[in-house]
Design a protein around this ligand. Structure first.
Ligand SMILES: Nc1ncnc2c1ncn2[C@@H]1O[C@H](COP(=O)(O)OP(=O)(O)O)[C@@H](O)[C@H]1O
Ligand SMILES: N[C@@H](CCOP(=O)(O)O)C(=O)O
Length: 313
């Protein structure tokens, strides 16, 4: 028996919810923006990596986060008295690394969820999400669920301080397009966290709280004007934009073209632009292809919210 699980790309932070807000996205053209992990019975545990971005990962499979997922998952099975089966894992690494698209989360979620599907969904969702958070923390240096939660559960996820709840699903703006532009250069999440201040002014704290609260309220009332009217990131963007060549010019241009919001996806370098008008989305995508991409690895996708999250193929 073999199972394959796809886990979608996500926008960490969504600009105004540093570490606590994340949105899963899928291209409107139906292409798979995310990673796929397949699991099948084998003589002994093994991992092979294929796909467009396989050569960007550590050469030893033992350094791949999917291998660590297998070890964590097996230990959790053993802890419950279950018998562990040797498996062959195949990671189809479709996602660029250090991209701001939640690439490591895609591998973690696809890997753990494929294993759980192989064991007939042995672990409940909350147990799985905690394991996913643990693996993401190992790779990025700190515990943040804003990629793994939307990648696993789909949609727009708000992280809750209660460790028993972890995340709540917020209503999305179903008519919005998210134009995702990955320039083809790498920015490590760890490095992009190190440039952030360790303390913020009272004024920034108030603005952050007010903006996030206003956004959540607007999601429930489906009020796009309020959601995107005050869409200013005071926590990360001012300190990270220097890591992203061309970001501030692109942002200014896209606002002139009537985009509702523009921000850094996760820790960058991917930029996202929001609009509810498909012709604005297509024009933004064409412009970004020409002006924001820096290498031939870059790409632009017009996306919508992905409400399904990780799924068996
Ligand atoms: N399967 C994997 N997917 C992504 N990154 C991996 C994987 N296995 C190991 N890594 C390593 O983890 C780090 C992930 O970097 P990070 O900046 O967090 O990526 P992203 O922001 O795209 O999730 C890189 O050093 C990469 O080599
Ligand atoms: N909240 C994190 C999100 C990182 O997302 P990634 O896609 O860049 O891994 C942060 O901003 O550091």
């Amino acid at each position: 028996m073999s199972v394959s699980v796809f886990a979608p790309a996500s926008i960490g932070n969504v600009s105004i919810g540093f570490d606590v807000l994340g949105l899963a996205v899928q291209p409107v053209d139906g292409s798979l923006l995310g990673d796929v992990v397949s699991v099948e019975l084998a003589q002994q545990d093994e991992l092979s990596v294929i796909g467009d971005f396989a050569d960007k990962l550590p050469s030893s499979p033992a350094d791949n986060i999917v291998w660590h997922c297998l070890k964590l998952f097996n230990q959790a099975l053993i802890n419950t008295g279950q018998k562990v089966k040797p498996v062959k894992l195949i990671l189809d690494k479709k996602m660029p690394v250090g991209s701001g698209l939640g690439s490591s989360a895609c591998s973690v979620v696809a890997g753990l969820q494929a294993l759980n599907a192989f064991y007939d969904d042995f672990f409940a969702k909350d147990v799985m999400l905690k394991m996913m958070g643990q693996m993401e923390a190992q790779i990025s240096g700190s515990l943040h669920y804003d990629n793994v939660a939307p990648c696993y559960l789909g949609g727009l996820q708000l992280m809750i301080a209660d460790p028993e709840i972890i995340t709540r699903t917020l209503p999305v703006f179903e008519d919005c397009f998210y134009v995702m532009a990955y320039p083809g250069i790498e920015v490590s999440t760890k490095a992009a966290r190190e440039v952030l201040p360790t303390e913020y002014s009272r004024c920034d704290v108030i603005q952050y709280g007010q903006t996030l609260a206003g956004f959540v309220d607007a999601c429930y009332r489906q009020d796009k004007q309020q959601a995107f009217g005050q869409f200013t990131d005071v926590v990360a963007e001012p300190y990270r934009e220097n890591l992203l060549p061309g970001f501030s010019d692109a942002k200014a241009y896209l606002y002139q073209q009537n985009c509702l919001a523009v921000g850094i996806s996760g820790s960058g370098p991917t930029l996202f632009a929001v609009t509810d008008d498909q012709s604005v989305a297509n024009a933004a995508a064409s412009w970004l292809k020409e002006h924001y991409l820096k290498t031939n690895l870059g790409f632009v996708h017009v996306c919508k919210a992905d409400n399904k999250g990780a799924r068996c193929l």
